[in-house]
Each structure stands twice: as C-alpha cells, then as structure tokens.
Design a protein around this ligand. Structure first.
Ligand SMILES: C[S@@+](CC[C@H](N)C(=O)[O-])C[C@H]1O[C@@H](n2cnc3c(N)ncnc32)[C@H](O)[C@@H]1O
Length: 300
C-alpha cells in the first residue's frame, strides 16, 4: 500500500522490464515501450556521460525515484565509464521502491551488484523521503549550483502539477552547475516555458527510434541547462515548430508560489490565466498552431 492507502499494480513493459501503475494518480510509472528503454533513452544517453573523464564523481539528483529504475540504469552506465556518483533522491512514497526490490523480475534486469548499490543509496543520507517541494528547499540552500545531473521523472503535469510549477522547476534549475543538465521525458510547452523562465537554455531529446516519423511525436523530452546545451547523444536544438509552440496558450506555466497549492487549484489558476491571455489576444490558440503545422492527435 502507498502512504495514501492505494495499491500499486505491477506491470511488465514493452521491453520486458518491470514497472508499476498508480491508481491514485491514474498513470503508469513508465511508457509502455519499456521502463529500462525509457531510462536509457531519456535520461542516461542524453546525460552525455562521455563528457566526464574516467574517475570523475558526478553529483546527481533523481527526482521521483519511484522504483529506482533511472538511478539503477545510471549506476550501470557510470560503472562502465569509471564514474562514481554523489547521489540524492526525492520521493514521497517508499512503496514503489519496496515493490521493485521485492520483485524477482526487477532484480533480474540488472547486472550483478546494481541492486545492492541502489539499496545502499536509497538507505543513505541522500535519500530524501517526503514531498519533494519541501525536501528540495534545504538542498538548494546547501548545494546551489553544484549538480551535474537532475533526472526529473514526476507523473505528467496534468496529474501532478505541483512538481512542474515555475517555482519547483526553478529550484531544480538552481541546483545545476553551469554545465549541469536537467533531463525530463516531458516536452509540454508549459514545462519548457517554465524552464526558460528559470533562466535555463533548452534542447529537445530526440523522439524514440520508430516514432520520429509520426509528426505528433516530435520529441522524446527536454534537456535544460544554465549554459547552451550542445547537440549530442539524443539531443538537438528546438525546431521552429517547437519554438512557436512556446508562443501558444499551451505554454502558460503551472504556478505554485509558496509550494503549498493543491493539484486542483494549480490547474484552475492556469486555466484562468490561459483564458485571460486568449481574451487579451496575447497568445495564439494551440489548436491554430496544430493546424498550421499539420499535427493531429493530442500527444504533447
Ligand atoms: C512517474 S513515477 C516515477 C518513476 C520512477 N522514476 C521510476 O523509474 O520508477 C512518479 C513518482 O512520483 C512520486 N511522487 C508523487 N508526488 C510526489 C511528491 N509530491 N513528492 C515526491 N514524490 C512524489 C510517486 O510516488 C511516484 O513514485
């Protein structure tokens, strides 16, 4: 049971790796293509580990640890490049990790030693259990500007807007070193806009292989950094279409001043701000932008 009394459901994903579904948030922990594939394509490869000389120690924050899949995938990639981690994790609930560690399927998907290393990290001082909004603030006070990587893997903005607000993303951005990178699976205009408002430079994570030909799946996520993000493994500049997306009403960000608002209030206030901006003629409607670019469906 989760801390709110919900039962997480174990799922196998497209690549055979272990995942969970949360009835509380009404959302899966990973894309159906595969938890491990997603960890590699959206977090590990865009991290550009080859930038760091062997022997380096990377400061990393895993936001919404869940099952620990992103950290475990990163541990394995760092091990093969002789990099070590100084690690912090944020997570509300201990149940996803407990279920993963109790699952033979989850444990079997890793190299020998990875699960023990994950367990050690998650029982250490870097594991900050609780609402990420509360736990991030002391971290910013202590370690501002010192992180190489922030892996941002909250539930989607409509399900968990508390963790996609200008204020929360601003706090994550403040943790980054000048060349540090925040990586997320999310390509939504509101999130990219919030990262820009935090003073970060943006790049797109390429859409997973096989999806690039579908126009509506234009991107696999977003990388953000205090410095311009060099094109690299899985990273490319935003296209004109994506830049124009940030001028539509979909780019109205989520706001949570004081880190205290609930989901419903954040969503309602955003809707009101969007309606005002449209009435005042300040932004283009997102449907007009979609038509202009020949997009169908409602993927991002
Ligand atoms: C999409 S899942 C994370 C998936 C995870 N990275 C993995 O690989 O399993 C989102 C996670 O956010 C956590 N969460 C939800 N609200 C939170 C909050 N306010 N603070 C911290 N964690 C939260 C959930 O418990 C869940 O584990």
């Amino acid at each position: 049971m989760t801390s709110n009394g919900f039962k997480l459901e174990a799922r196998s994903t497209g690549d055979g790796s272990f995942s969970l579904f949360s009835p509380e948030f009404g959302e899966a922990f990973h894309s159906s293509r595969g938890a491990l594939t997603e960890a590699r394509e959206k977090f590990v490869e865009p991290a550009g580990l080859e930038r760091f000389p062997p022997g380096s120690s990377l400061r990393v924050l895993d936001v919404c640890l869940g099952t620990g899949c992103n950290t475990a995938a990163l541990l394995e990639a760092c091990g093969s490049q002789q990099l070590t981690l100084q690690w912090w994790g944020l997570e509300l609930d201990q149940e996803p990790l407990a279920q993963a560690l109790a699952s033979p399927a989850f444990c079997a998907q890793w190299q020998p030693g990875t699960v023990a290393c994950l367990q050690e990290l998650c029982s250490g001082e870097g594991m900050l259990w609780g609402d990420a909004r509360e736990r991030v603030q002391p971290l910013v006070e202590q370690l501002k500007g010192q992180f190489d990587l922030v892996l941002m893997d909250a539930f989607s903005p409509s399900r968990c807007p508390q963790l996609w607000s200008v204020e929360f993303l601003g706090a994550l951005g403040a943790l980054l070193r000048p060349e540090g990178k925040l990586l997320t699976y999310c390509s939504a205009a509101a999130i990219r806009q919030a990262l820009r408002l935090a003073g970060l430079e943006l790049a797109a994570i390429e859409a997973p292989c096989g999806l690039q030909q579908h126009k509506q799946d234009w991107s696999g996520g977003t990388a953000a950094s205090p410095s311009p993000v060099a094109p690299g493994p899985r990273l490319r500049p935003l296209t004109v279409m994506e830049e124009e997306h940030l001028l539509t009403n979909a780019a109205e960000p989520y706001r949570d001043p004081g880190f205290s608002l609930d989901r419903k209030t954040i969503l309602q206030r955003r809707q009101q701000a969007q309606a005002r901006a449209m009435q005042e003629g300040k932004v283009e409607g997102t449907s007009a932008w979609r038509r202009r670019w020949g997009l169908t469906g409602n993927h991002q």
